[in-house]
Design a protein around this ligand. Structure first.
Ligand SMILES: C[S@@+](CC[C@H](N)C(=O)[O-])C[C@H]1O[C@@H](n2cnc3c(N)ncnc32)[C@H](O)[C@@H]1O
Length: 428
C-alpha cells in the first residue's frame, strides 16, 4: 500500500511533492497584505507603514514600489521549452519578448506588465523568478541604496504572490562578508529572516547572462533572481500519496498541453497509477468527463486520494476503474458507462517501463496493446499522448500501428538522468 509522503522541500523527484501545506502556504495566511496592498512583514500582519529605516542612517529600501513591468525567468525541464512558451502565450497574454536565456537549455525570459500573480498559474515550468540585472562589478555593490531598492522591490513582488517568512541565497560566495551584509539589509528592509539552509524565498545571484556590459567595459554585471513564491511552481500540494513510479507533474502538465486543453473533451488516463496525468489535465481546464483506469487497486486508491486533495472529486467526479488497458474489449466495456457510450477525446498514459512496474520483456506487448485498446475507445479526432522511456519499443509499435494512429514528432524530455519521450498520436 503506498504510504503518506513525508514533507520534502521541492518537486525535485520524479513525483511532485508533499501534499501537506508548504511552510510558505501556512505563513502566507499569517501574512495578510497591509491596507496599502503590500504584504505585511512577518510578525506585523495587518500593519501598514514603510519598511523599517536602517539604524545606521542608511535608507536601504524606501516604500516598496510596484514596478510597471517585471522581467521574469522561467526554468523548466530541458525539452519542454516550446510547451512552456505555448502555456505562457495561453495564460499570460500580456507577456512579451519571450527569449531563451543565453547559454541555457532550461530557461526562458519574458517581460510581464502588471502584477506577478498570473505567473503562479503556470503548470509546465519548474520555477519562476523575478530578474533584476545590476550593472555593477561585484556583489558588494548590491548594498548601495538604488540597487538594494530593486532587490527589495523584487522580494515584495514575490511576496505579493505568496508569503514567506525567511529567505536564503543561492550564490557562489554566499558565505562571504558581502552577502552577510546584504542579508542584513534585506532583513532590515523586509523583515524576512535570513535562513541560509532552508529559507523559503530563494534569492539567486549569478553573473549577468547575455546582456551588454557596463558602458566601456565587457563586464556582464550581475543578475539577482528572486523566486516567485516560497516553493517552486512544480511543487504540487495535491500529491498526498507517494506512488512508486509516479510521473513528474510538470511533464504531466506538458502532456496535457501537447494534447490540447479542450473543455468538451472526455479525458481518459490509461494505466493511471496515482493519477498524475488525470489530475494535471483536470486542473489545467474543464473537461466533459475524466476517467482513470488501472489494474492495481493500490493505484486506484492513490489516484482517489490525489484527486480528493486536488479538489477534483466534486461532481462531476472523475471515475476510477479497474480494467486492463491493453484489452480492447475489456476497456470498451469498462468505459461504456462513465463515458455515456461516447468515445474518449483525449487519452493520456505513461505505461510501466520495467523498473518499478512491469518488465522490459513485457514492454513491446504492453505498448502495442495500449495503442490498440486506446484506439478501440477513441472518438473521431481523438489524441493519445504517451510518455515512455521505452523509446525503441515505442518507435516500433507506433510504426506497426500506423493504420490506427498518426504520430507527431516526439518530444524528448530530460528529467533527473532519464530521457523519456512524449508521443502525441492522432486517431486515424
Ligand atoms: C508508471 S505507472 C503510472 C504512474 C502514474 N502516471 C502516476 O503518476 O502515478 C504505470 C501503471 O500502469 C499500471 N498497469 C500496468 N499494466 C496495466 C494494464 N495492462 N492495464 C492497466 N494498468 C496497467 C500499473 O499498475 C501502474 O500503476
Amino acid at each position: 500500500m503506498p504510504g503518506r509522503r513525508p514533507p520534502r522541500p521541492a518537486d525535485g523527484g520524479s513525483a511532485g511533492r508533499t501534499g501537506r501545506p508548504a511552510r510558505g502556504e501556512r505563513t502566507a495566511r499569517a501574512q495578510q497584505p497591509t491596507r496599502d496592498g503590500r504584504p505585511a512583514r512577518p510578525g506585523q500582519a495587518g500593519r501598514t507603514g514603510a519598511p523599517r529605516q536602517e539604524a545606521r542612517g542608511r535608507r536601504p529600501a524606501d516604500r516598496p514600489r510596484r514596478p510597471a513591468a517585471s522581467t521574469v525567468e522561467l526554468t523548466f525541464l530541458p525539452g519542454l521549452r516550446d510547451v512552456v512558451a505555448a502555456e505562457v502565450a495561453a495564460l499570460l497574454p500580456a507577456a512579451h519578448g519571450l527569449r531563451d536565456v543565453p547559454g541555457r537549455t532550461d530557461a526562458v525570459e519574458l517581460h510581464l506588465p502588471g502584477p506577478l500573480a498570473p505567473v503562479a498559474t503556470l503548470r509546465t515550468p519548474v520555477a519562476a523568478w523575478v530578474v533584476v540585472h545590476l550593472d555593477v562589478p561585484r556583489p558588494k555593490s548590491f548594498a548601495s541604496p538604488e540597487h538594494l531598492q530593486r532587490i527589495v522591490d523584487a522580494a515584495y513582488a514575490s511576496l505579493r504572490v505568496a508569503g514567506s517568512s525567511s529567505f536564503r541565497f543561492e550564490a557562489a560566495g554566499s558565505d562571504s562578508a558581502a552577502f552577510a551584509r546584504l542579508a542584513d539589509l534585506i532583513h532590515e528592509a523586509t523583515g524576512l529572516r535570513h535562513a541560509p539552509d532552508d529559507g523559503d524565498l530563494v534569492v539567486r545571484v549569478r553573473r549577468g547572462t547575455g546582456r551588454t556590459g557596463r558602458a566601456g567595459t565587457t563586464d556582464p554585471g550581475w543578475d539577482v533572481l528572486v523566486r516567485v513564491g516560497p516553493r517552486p511552481l512544480s511543487a504540487r500540494t495535491w500529491r498526498v500519496v507517494d506512488y512508486p513510479g509516479a510521473a513528474n507533474a510538470t511533464i504531466a502538465a506538458a502532456m496535457s498541453r501537447l494534447g490540447g486543453i479542450v473543455p468538451t473533451d472526455r479525458v481518459v488516463n490509461l494505466m493511471c497509477g496515482s493519477g498524475t496525468l488525470l489530475v494535471e489535465r483536470l486542473l489545467a481546464g474543464p473537461a466533459a468527463a475524466g476517467v482513470g483506469v488501472d489494474t492495481s487497486p493500490d493505484a486506484l486508491d492513490a489516484a482517489r486520494q490525489n484527486l480528493d486533495a486536488a479538489g477534483l472529486r466534486r461532481a462531476p467526479a472523475p471515475a476510477l476503474l479497474a480494467a486492463d488497458a491493453t484489452d480492447p474489449a475489456a476497456l470498451a466495456a469498462a468505459l461504456a458507462g462513465p463515458l455515456d457510450g461516447h468515445g474518449a477525446d483525449l487519452l493520456l498514459a505513461d505505461p510501466p517501463w520495467g523498473t518499478r512496474h512491469g518488465s522490459h520483456a513485457a514492454s513491446p506487448a504492453l505498448h502495442a496493446g495500449l495503442l490498440r485498446a486506446a484506439h478501440a475507445v477513441a472518438a473521431p479526432g481523438a489524441r493519445l499522448v504517451v510518455l515512455t522511456h521505452e523509446v525503441r519499443v515505442m518507435e516500433r509499435v507506433v510504426a506497426d500501428a500506423a493504420d490506427l494512429w498518426a504520430a507527431r514528432e516526439p518530444v524528448r524530455v530530460f528529467a533527473k538522468g532519464h530521457h523519456p519521450r512524449i508521443w502525441v498520436l492522432d486517431r486515424r
